[in-house]
Design a protein around this ligand. Structure first.
Ligand code: COA
Length: 715
C-alpha cells in the first residue's frame, strides 16, 4: 500500500469539525462527501452534537467504533494539534487539514506549522495541507469529494493539483461547464508534508490518470521536480500554470547574462526548467483548459499535417493563419480524397484544404467528409469548424463527427461558433463529446501543443556527460582570488579557469604597463587585439577599452596610450574615478578573424541556483537579445537544443555560401561549461563573450571571459 493511499483511497473518513451550521466549511465538507456518494463510511466528529446532517456524530476520533483511514480536519487552528494526537491514538494514517492560520500568515503561523509537521512525521502519518480546500478522488470505486467546493466534479482521467484553494474552486466550476472530468483533484495548501513532487510520483503510474494539470506558485525542490517530471512527461503530459512570472525583479548584475535575466524580468529559470523536462507551461487558466480538453479527449498526433473541415470561409482562414504561425502544415489533399469530397458536396464547395462544405451541409454530409479526411494518410489531425446555420443543430453535427472520430486514432478538435446555450445543450445531449472551442485559435494552439509534446516524447532522453577536467586546480584558483579579496577574477585567471575545463581560449599575453607591452608583444602574432584590464571595468568596448586589428608594434603602442586615456576618462564620466575602474594593464591577444561570435554565460537565480545562457555574442548580445536559457546540468541533447533554439542559428549554419560552424564542438563546450558550473558553486556569474566559433573546432577560442565570485558557501 502506498503511504498516500489512506488519504486518496480511504474506506472510512472522519470529518473532524463537521459543523451543525449550514454554509460553514465543516458542514460543506460533510455534505459533499455524502452528496458525491462516497463508497465507504463517513463519521462526523463534533463534541457538541449528537448528530450532524442527519448522521450520528462522535465527540472524538477515538470514540468512533470503526477503523478510520483519513481525517479531514476543519477545526480552529489551535485545536488542530490535539485532534492530530487523537487521530494518532485511533491509528489514523492520513490527514487533510483544511484549517488555515499556518505558515501563510507569518512567523507565528510558521512555527505552528513546523510543530504540526513534526507531530505528523513523528506519528508516521501523511498530511495534505494545511490551509487547503481538500481532496477529491472521482474513481467510481471510491467517489470521495472531501472538499467544500460547491461544484461536484465529473469523473475523468485528469489529475489536478492546485496550490491555490480559491482557484481550485473556480477550476472545478469551469471544468463542469466544459465537460472536463478528473480522476483526482488535490488542493495542496501549504504543502507542509506532501509536496507537488510526492503527488506527481503518486500519479506517475496511476492507471486512472492520463494527464496531469498543476497550478503552482512555487516549485519547492526544482532538481527533484526535474528528475520526476522528465520521466513522467515521456508517457503522461503535464500542463502547468506557474504563477509568479514577474518578480525576479532587478538584481545586481554585472554581466550580460545577469542583466538579460534581470531586465526581461521574467521567470526565465522556470521556463528553462519546465522546457527541459517536457512540462507544458501555460500563462492562464484558460489556456490550461484549452489544453486539458484537447489532451484528455484525443490521442497525440503522428505529425503536423492538419486538415480543416468548415462550413464557413472566414473562420477557416483564421484557423489556417494560426496553424501556419504555430508550426502546423495545412497540406494539400490527395486527389482521391478531393474526388471523394467532390461527390459529397455541392459544386460551389471548396474541396482543397480547408474543405468548405458551404452552410448547406447536413450533419450526415459533415460526418462523411470528416471520415474521408481522417482516412487520408496525409492528414495527422482534423479541425472541424462549424458556424450553425438556422436549420442545423450543432449537437447533431458534433454527434455525427463523434460517431466517426472514434474509429481513428487521430486528434479531432471542434470549433463551434455558437452561444453558451448551444454548448449547454451539447453537454447535456452529447456527454463525452469531442473537445470543443468557441474560436479557432485556441483549438489550433492546442493541436500545435500536442504536436510539440509528441516531439518531446520522441526526443532522446540524453545524458549528462563528464569530461576530464582539472577540478582541483580550478577550485584553488578561485580560492586564491578570494583570499586576495577579488570579486572578479583577473582576465588571465578567468582564461586559466576555462582551460581547466577544456574550453579553448585565445593565445594572449598580459602586460602591466606600456613598456612591458612592448616586450610581451613578441609572444603574440599580429594582427592583434588590445584590451584594457581594469578590475571594475565591465563593458570594455563602450569604455574605449578594446582596439582590434593592430598590425604593427607602433600601432600597438599608440593604441595602448589612447586606451589608457579613454578608459580613465570613461571611468570618471561614468562613476567618478574609482581605483577599480582605472586601467591596471593590458591584455594582448591574437586577432581572430572570420569567426562568428557567441556568448556562454551563467548567472544565479534566487530560487533555482545557476541558470545557463547561450546566444549570439559580441557587441550584439544586449541589442539583439538572441539567447536561450537552461538549468544545469545539461544533457548532450539539452546542449544541442540550446544551440538550435536561438534565432541566429541560421548565421551559425552559414549564410551566402559560408560553411557551417562545428556544432558538435560548440555543444561539447556548453556541456563542459555546465560541468564547470556544477563543480564550482563559488562562482556567482560567469560569462564567456565572445566565444569565437569557426567551421574547424581547432580554431574555436574564448577571447574574453569574466568570472564573479560569490560568497564562500556558494551563495
Ligand atoms: N473536535 C471536533 N470538533 C470541533 C473541535 C474539535 N476539537 N473544536 C471545534 N469543533 C467543532 C465546533 O463545535 C464547530 O461545530 P458547530 O458549528 O456545530 O459548533 C466546528 O467544529 C467548527 O468550529 P468553529 O469554532 O465554529 O470554527 P469555524 O467553522 O468558524 O472555523 C475553520 C473553522 C477550520 C473553518 C477555520 O478555522 C479556518 O481555518 N478557516 C479557513 C479555512 C480555509 O480557508 N482554508 C483554506 C482553503 S483554500
Amino acid at each position: 500500500m502506498h503511504p498516500l493511499d489512506p488519504i486518496f483511497k480511504p474506506q472510512s473518513i472522519a470529518v473532524v469539525g463537521a459543523s451543525r451550521r449550514p454554509g460553514s466549511i465543516g458542514r460543506e465538507v460533510l455534505h459533499n462527501l455524502i452528496e458525491y456518494d462516497f463508497h465507504g463510511k463517513v463519521f462526523p466528529v463534533n463534541p457538541k452534537a449528537d448528530f450532524i446532517h442527519s448522521i450520528k456524530a462522535f465527540p472524538t476520533v477515538t470514540s468512533i467504533p470503526d477503523p478510520v483511514d483519513v481525517a479531514v480536519i476543519v477545526v480552529p487552528r489551535d485545536e488542530v494539534p490535539a485532534v492530530v494526537d487523537d487521530c494518532a491514538r485511533k491509528g489514523v494514517k492520513g490527514l487533510v487539514v483544511i484549517t488555515s492560520g499556518f505558515a501563510e500568515t507569518g512567523e507565528e503561523g510558521r512555527k505552528f506549522e513546523k510543530q504540526l509537521v513534526e507531530k505528523v512525521n513523528q506519528y508516521g502519518m501523511r498530511m495534505i495541507g494545511p490551509n487547503c480546500m481538500g481532496v477529491i478522488n472521482a474513481d467510481p470505486e471510491i467517489r470521495m469529494d472531501g472538499t467544500f467546493a460547491p461544484a461536484l466534479p465529473l469523473e475523468g482521467r485528469i489529475g489536478f493539483m492546485s496550490q491555490s484553494g480559491a482557484l481550485g474552486v473556480v477550476i472545478l466550476n469551469m471544468a463542469r461547464e466544459l465537460d472536463i472530468g478528473f480522476s483526482y483533484f488535490v488542493s495542496m495548501g501549504n504543502k507542509a508534508n506532501t509536496s507537488g513532487n510526492d503527488l506527481l510520483l503518486y500519479w506517475e503510474d496511476d492507471p486512472l490518470t492520463d494527464l496531469i494539470l498543476m497550478y503552482l506558485e512555487s516549485i519547492g525542490n526544482p532538481v527533484r521536480f526535474m528528475q520526476i517530471a522528465r520521466r513522467i512527461t515521456k508517457h503522461k503530459p503535464i500542463v502547468m500554470v506557474k504563477a509568479g512570472r514577474t518578480g525576479a525583479g532587478a538584481r545586481a548584475a554585472s554581466s550580460h547574462t545577469g542583466a538579460l535575466v534581470a531586465r526581461q524580468g521574467l521567470d526565465l529559470a522556470t521556463d528553462a526548467l519546465l522546457d527541459q523536462c517536457g512540462v507544458i507551461r501555460v500563462n492562464t487558466v484558460k489556456e490550461l483548459f484549452d489544453l486539458a480538453l484537447a489532451f484528455s479527449k484525443n490521442p497525440l498526433p503522428r505529425g503536423n499535417r492538419l486538415g480543416i473541415l468548415t462550413n464557413a470561409g472566414g473562420p477557416a482562414i483564421m484557423a489556417t493563419d494560426a496553424a501556419i504561425t504555430m508550426g502546423l502544415e495545412v497540406i494539400k489533399l490527395s486527389e482521391g480524397t478531393a474526388a471523394g469530397l467532390r461527390k459529397l458536396l455541392p459544386p460551389e464547395a471548396a474541396v482543397s484544404n480547408p474543405v468548405d462544405t458551404t452552410p448547406k451541409a447536413s450533419p450526415r454530409t459533415f460526418a462523411a467528409c470528416a471520415r474521408l479526411l481522417l482516412e487520408d494518410d496525409g492528414i495527422d489531425s482534423l479541425l472541424l469548424i462549424f458556424v450553425p446555420p438556422m436549420m442545423i443543430s450543432p449537437t447533431d453535427v458534433v454527434a455525427g463527427i463523434d460517431g466517426v472520430r472514434r474509429e481513428f486514432s487521430k486528434p479531432v478538435l471542434g470549433v463551434v461558433m455558437a452561444t453558451e446555450n448551444a454548448f449547454d445543450e451539447l453537454n447535456q445531449k452529447q456527454p463525452g463529446h469531442m473537445a470543443l472551442y468557441h474560436f479557432p485559435e485556441p483549438a489550433v494552439y492546442a493541436l500545435a501543443t500536442m504536436e510539440r509534446h509528441r516531439h518531446w516524447r520522441e526526443r532522446p532522453v540524453g545524458e549528462v556527460r563528464q569530461f576530464p577536467a582539472e577540478r582541483e586546480a580550478a577550485r584553488q584558483l578561485l580560492e586564491a582570488a578570494r583570499a586576495r579579496g577579488e570579486v572578479h577574477l583577473s582576465t588571465p585567471d578567468a582564461f586559466r579557469l576555462l582551460e581547466c575545463y577544456g574550453i579553448p581560449v585565445a593565445r594572449s599575453a598580459v602586460a602591466a604597463s606600456i613598456d612591458e607591452l612592448e616586450i610581451q608583444a613578441k609572444q603574440v602574432r599580429f594582427p592583434a587585439v588590445l584590451k584594457a584590464i581594469a578590475p571594475g571595468l565591465v563593458h570594455k568596448t563602450e569604455a574605449g577599452g578594446v582596439a582590434v586589428d593592430i598590425r604593427t608594434l607602433d600601432e600597438l603602442l599608440t593604441a595602448a596610450r589612447r586606451m589608457s586615456e579613454a578608459v580613465s576618462a570613461h571611468a570618471v564620466a561614468a562613476e567618478g574615478a574609482t581605483p577599480s575602474s582605472i586601467p591596471t594593464g593590458f591584455l594582448l591577444q591574437e586577432y581572430m578573424r572570420g569567426g562568428r561570435e557567441v556568448i556562454v554565460g551563467m548567472t544565479q537565480d534566487p530560487n533555482f541556483g545557476p541558470l545557463l545562457m547561450f546566444g549570439l555574442g559580441g557587441i550584439y548580445v544586449e541589442t539583439v537579445k538572441d539567447v536561450t536559457f537552461r538549468v544545469p546540468p545539461l544533457t548532450d541533447v539539452d546542449a544541442r537544443e540550446m544551440i538550435r533554439q536561438i534565432r541566429g542559428y541560421r548565421l551559425l549554419e552559414g549564410v551566402r555560401g559560408e560553411p557551417p560552424i562545428d556544432f558538435e564542438a560548440l555543444a561539447v563546450i556548453l556541456e563542459r561549461f555546465s560541468q564547470m558550473v556544477g563543480d564550482l558553486p563559488q562562482m556567482a556569474e560567469v560569462e564567456v563573450n565572445p566565444l569565437m566559433v569557426f567551421p574547424a573546432a581547432a580554431d574555436f577560442c574564448a577571447v574574453d571571459a569574466r568570472v564573479r565570485l560569490g560568497l564562500p558557501n556558494g551563495d
